[in-house]
Ligand binder design. Structure first.
Ligand code: ZN
Length: 135
């Protein structure tokens, strides 16, 4: 499932405003959107670097996935997202080849993307998301 590019890198942060200031002041990047995804219990902030986004993730609930991640591992890189074409077909093929999936079907992510996560047990410990712009 050859990706077309790295769509974004997700970074778990404990204070979204402080992290936004860091990226703005240090790299001169512009935060072009803040979006809350109730489903995933996160607030996200987006920056564009070339065609790759930096997606800052702040938990809105300690029991949510980012809340638990930060409690266990602290702030840091949470996942890498590869842009793919025909995400459903890619998931079926991955599953058939024995890759453990977190999502066997795509679900709605931020930025109008359909997203699905592969299990870190199958990916050398990196949480990998594959995503595709919703048609
Ligand atoms: Zn993501």
């Amino acid at each position: 499932m050859k990706p077309t590019h790295i769509e974004h890198i997700g970074i778990a942060v404990s204070n979204l405003e402080a992290a936004i200031s860091f990226y703005e002041n240090t790299f001169g990047l512009e935060c072009y959107k803040i979006e809350e995804i109730a489903d995933q219990k996160v607030r996200t902030a987006f920056f564009l670097v070339g065609q790759t986004k930096i997606e800052l993730l702040e938990s809105t609930d300690p029991e949510g996935p980012i809340g638990k991640f930060i409690e266990k591992k602290g702030e840091g890189i949470h996942h890498i997202a590869f842009a793919v074409e025909n995400i459903e077909e890619k998931l079926i093929r991955a599953e058939k080849s024995g890759i453990k999936l977190i999502d066997s079907k795509p679900r709605k992510g931020a930025e109008g993307l359909d997203i699905a996560f592969l299990h870190p047990k199958s990916t050398s410990g990196v949480l990998i998301e594959i995503c595709e712009h919703r048609k």
